[in-house]
Design a protein around this ligand. Structure first.
Ligand code: NAI
Length: 265
């Protein structure tokens, strides 16, 4: 389908995979014939998601895992369980996130939780899964879900902005590390969704607001970008590249093209 890592019988792990963008990605990977592990903190949603995936693929290709990405031991156990069931991981999508709202002088608990899930979640996932992915010597993908708010840092919800700025910074560090590792065929990517109508953004609305994307549109976009080339940042929003370091990025035809040679596969 869209990328050499996204092929039949390869294994995808998606955190926050029981709903929204994560579930749409899991369904797309399953439709490509991949084995998928949907990992989520919400066990009731996990069961519903597994049932929904049964219309797309066989039960043998799906596993669910109750995980709290903010806890390193929980993510360690996730990797162990995936490898026990499917033997390896080819695609890791660190996507779990929360946005409960924050103010600058909130109690520390709220800030800590937002940063623990959104930022530490992707750090835990990347650090725990990447070594085995690299060691296999095969083509692999790590996709970390950031946010435009981590780049443009608009007023309001500072804890979310900080957490997502951390996702961007960490993913860049990971990408540099992977590219400097001999014979490494794993690449890291930052997904920056636009405004996507999900449980995170619904805020009581039952109808998709004008201008919002569906999770499926977002995943189609992500897969198309991966297919078109190894874009480091997968982002549909034109404001984001304007806010990025222009020395490192070329701005072309509405898309971000990284100013270096294509990544090897
Ligand atoms: P969603 O709320 O529909 O799905 C998020 C999933 O993450 C839920 O199933 C939830 O149970 C799970 N989750 C929450 N905390 C967790 C934890 N500690 N461990 C494991 N799983 C956990 O939200 P949506 O919109 O699909 O968000 C996915 C990602 O996209 C998030 O990182 C979010 O910040 C990001 N994002 C979303 C945008 C949007 O417009 N919906 C825009 C920009 C970024």
């Amino acid at each position: 389908m869209s990328h050499p890592a996204i092929v039949k019988d390869n294994v995808a792990v998606i955190t926050g995979g029981a709903a929204g963008i994560g579930f749409a990605a899991a369904a797309a990977f399953a439709r490509a014939g991949m084995k998928v592990c949907i990992a989520d903190v919400d066990e009731a949603r996990l069961a519903e998601a597994a049932t929904k995936l049964s219309s797309v693929t066989s039960a043998a290709n799906v596993m669910t895992s109750a995980v709290d990405v903010s806890k390193i031991e929980s993510v360690t156990e996730l990797e162990r369980a995936v490898h026990e069931r499917f033997g390896r991981t080819d695609v890791l999508m660190n996507n779990a996130g929360i946005q409960p709202g924050s103010t600058l002088f909130d109690a520390p608990d709220n800030w800590q939780r937002i940063i623990a899930v959104n930022m530490w979640g992707i750090i835990n996932g990347s650090r725990i899964f990447a070594p085995n992915m690299i060691a296999r010597g095969k083509c692999g993908l790590i996709i970390n879900t950031g946010s435009k708010q981590g780049i443009t840092t608009p007023p309001g919800d500072p804890a979310y902005n900080v957490s997502k700025a951390g996702v961007k910074a960490f993913t860049e560090a990971l990408q540099h590390e992977l590219r400097n590792t001999k014979d490494c065929r794993v690449t890291a990517h930052l997904l920056i969704p636009g405004f996507v109508f999900t449980g995170l953004t619904a805020k009581g609305r039952t109808e998709k607001p004008a201008g919002a994307w569906t999770p499926e549109q977002t995943v189609d976009f992500m897969l198309a970008r991966l297919e078109a080339g190894d874009f480091y940042i997968l982002c549909p929003d034109n404001d984001v590249p304007r806010a990025l370091d222009e020395k490192r990025m070329l701005w072309a035809a509405g898309d971000i093209v990284e100013n270096r040679p294509p990544l090897s596969r």
